[in-house]
Structure formats: C-alpha cells, structure tokens
Design a protein around this ligand. Structure first.
Ligand code: ABU
Length: 366
C-alpha cells in the first residue's frame, strides 16, 4: 500500500470513509456557537444524537463504502473513540466530543504525507485518535509515508472572539464581520481544519475563516515550501468554515464556485491567466439542511471526484447532478443526505489515502 495524493481529481484508489457511531450534537463552546446557524434546531440541545439517526447515517456510509469498493477502490474506516466522554485539558472543558463522520476535516493528505490538522472546535480536539490505528498501519506499510501532527492548540478563551458568543448576532452583522475578516478565531495560536484546504497539484488554496486563521495558513505555507499556498477569503458566507462547499476543483481547467460566496479577484485572475474555467455551481435542491445539521444547503456541491471524469453527487441534489452531467462528467448518485448532520457531504466524509498522479503544475502562470 502507498500514501500519496496531490489533487482532488486524480484517480482515487484508496480512501477513508467516516462512521456515524456515537455522533454528537456538540455542547455550546465558542467555535461551535459561531458556526451553528442562529435559527438552527441544534441551538439549545446537545449530547448523543438519536440512535435511529446514527443507524441510518451508518447504513448510508456503509453503502457508500461498498459502492467505492465495487469500483475497485480500497476503503478504510476509522475506529470511533468514546465520543460521549467529555474532555478536560489544562485549558478547557468540553461536555461532549463530536464524532468521526468527517475525516476530511481532520486529515490533510498532500503527496506522501497526511497532516493531522490542529482543529478549532474544542469538541474535536481528540478526534484524530479515531484515525490513529489507520495512520499507524500506513506508517508500517509504506516506508515513504510521512505522518505529521500539526501543533496542538490550547484553545483557551483567548483563541476566540467573545462577540461571537451572542446567540442573536443577525446574518447582516455576521456578513459585515466576515467581510472585514472578523472571524470567531483570533490569531492567538496556529489553527486550521484540513477541510479548509483544496489541492491542485503544486497549488494549495486555503480558506481564511472561522476554522482557519492567518497563523494556520502561515504554518501550512512554511510546512509545504514546494507548494504555492494561496489564502482565500469568501465574504458572502456568514458562517465561513471549510472550503469544500465554496470552491470545488473538478478536473484540470475546471472549478466550481459557489455563486453566493464570490471568488476573490486574485484567484479569479489566477484561473483566468491559466485558462481555467470557473463555473458557478447549480443551486441546491433543498431550501434547508436536514434536522440537527450545522452545515449549509451548499453541501449540494460537496462532491467527491473518483477521477477527472467521474463524480459522486448526493442523490437528491438533482440540480448539481444535472449541471455536472451537462459538463460531461459521469455522475454517480450516492444517497447521503440523512448523514449530513454528522459532519457533511460526500467530500467531508472521505479522506484521500492514494490517488494515482503526481505534483503537476496546473497553474504555472502567476
Ligand atoms: N463542512 C462543510 C460545511 C460548509 C458549509 O456549511 O457550507
């Protein structure tokens, strides 16, 4: 076996698919408060999610894993830890953890390396442990595999802006704040979630928002000196966390952009100069996320590329599927909506182990 993946679209051969076991509605804490929408049914409740929803989500994740295996892709699964248990560190307490449905948030695969992200929710501080058995196995099997843990953050109150603790900030104020890069995370320490990064060969694009700060981007830039690391800020999102519902590369030369979260001019210009087409994503099929879900309806564009011509799209996201079909892709429908509340969509619930490909320069002209 081998660990290596440079892009979001090279042929996928080996992947991790998350599990919903012991999935939690996180207890209130600064970063969670900022990300959970103000009208969400998650407000005011926390603890283990209903068992029937866990069973349903696990059935969907198992079906997705089986579909990938039928296509010849090796699929590994995490080993859930006791997510019911609260956390106590010298700096904070969290009354619940989160779960391990979304390996993409935690594990960043760049070439032969998997980096465990710092994370920015207190409830996700120990989530990497669910993946350690796999990473240990990869370390034993692949002599070239580099297993890295980014600096663990302290996540004291100094890492969070107190203004975001208010339950009724209002969407317009949030939009004003995020437009001015006033995010919930401060610059106290290095913070990033792996899902704030997209990989395009020699280029990494990193979203600056609630879950990744400037120091996190600087760490990534220093850690990957042979890459060009581009910081990106998308002012149209009142809850900016994770780039994979905002900017989604499909294949060399084609990238999907969320029309409500406009692409910054420096990136638009980079793509234009290199003859890439930026396509606005089709609207989501749903007006609201499913119950107890903290992600936006734009999980519609949270697709998983199996290779540069084949894309997994959530089965009910018919507009997105039609658009990708029109763009010439083979669309593989996958039922996952009932698992969205556990951490996201098809991209979120996976993490690359191996894609056949190399560190090609797809954006050579600055
Ligand atoms: N984990 C992806 C969530 C992004 C969004 O809510 O739009």
């Amino acid at each position: 076996m081998r660990v290596e993946s440079w892009t979001e679209w090279d042929p996928l051969r080996h992947v991790i698919v998350g599990r919903a076991d012991l999935g939690q509605v996180p207890a209130p804490e600064p970063a969670v408060n900022a990300k959970v929408p103000e009208h969400s049914d998650m407000r005011g409740r926390w603890g283990r999610r209903p068992q029937d929803s866990i069973d349903r989500a696990n059935a969907l994740l198992d079906d997705f894993a089986a579909l990938l295996r039928r296509r010849g892709i090796v699929v590994d699964r995490p080993e859930p830890i006791d997510f019911d248990a609260g956390i106590q560190t010298p700096d904070f307490q969290a009354r619940t953890q989160f779960g391990c449905m979304a390996p993409r948030d935690v594990l960043l695969t760049v070439g032969p390396e998997i980096v465990e992200a710092t994370m920015s929710f207190r409830c996700r501080w120990f989530e990497y442990l669910a993946y350690r058995p796999l990473l240990t196995r990869y370390f034993e099997a692949d002599p070239a595999f580099r297993h890295t843990a980014a600096p663990k953050p302290r996540l004291t109150d100094r890492s969070f802006r107190p203004g975001y603790l208010d339950d009724a900030i209002g969407v317009q104020t949030r939009l004003d704040w995020t437009a001015r890069k006033v995010f919930v995370t401060t610059e106290e320490e290095i913070l990033f979630d792996a899902a704030d990064v997209i990989r395009l060969g020699r280029d990494l694009i990193v979203q600056h928002g609630f879950t990744t700060n400037r120091k996190g981007i600087a760490w990534l830039r220093r850690h990957f000196p042979d890459h060009r690391v581009h910081a990106a800020h998308f002012p149209g999102d009142p809850y900016p966390a994770h780039i994979d519902c905002t900017l989604v590369p499909l294949c060399p030369g084609l990238i999907l952009s969320n029309p409500t979260r406009p692409l910054p001019e420096h990136l638009r210009s980079l793509f234009r100069t290199n003859d890439w087409q930026v396509v606005e994503a089709a609207p989501p099929a749903h007006a609201e996320p499913p119950p107890l879900c903290y992600s936006s309806v734009w999980l519609s564009m949270n697709v998983l590329m199996l290779d540069a011509r084949t894309v997994c799209v959530e089965k009910t996201e018919v507009h997105q599927a039609e658009q990708l079909d029109r763009l010439g892709f083979e669309v593989v429908p996958v039922a996952l909506r009932d698992a969205y509340p556990f951490g996201g969509g098809l991209h979120c619930c996976t993490a690359d182990v191996y894609r056949a490909g190399d560190r090609t320069d797809y954006l050579p002209r600055p």
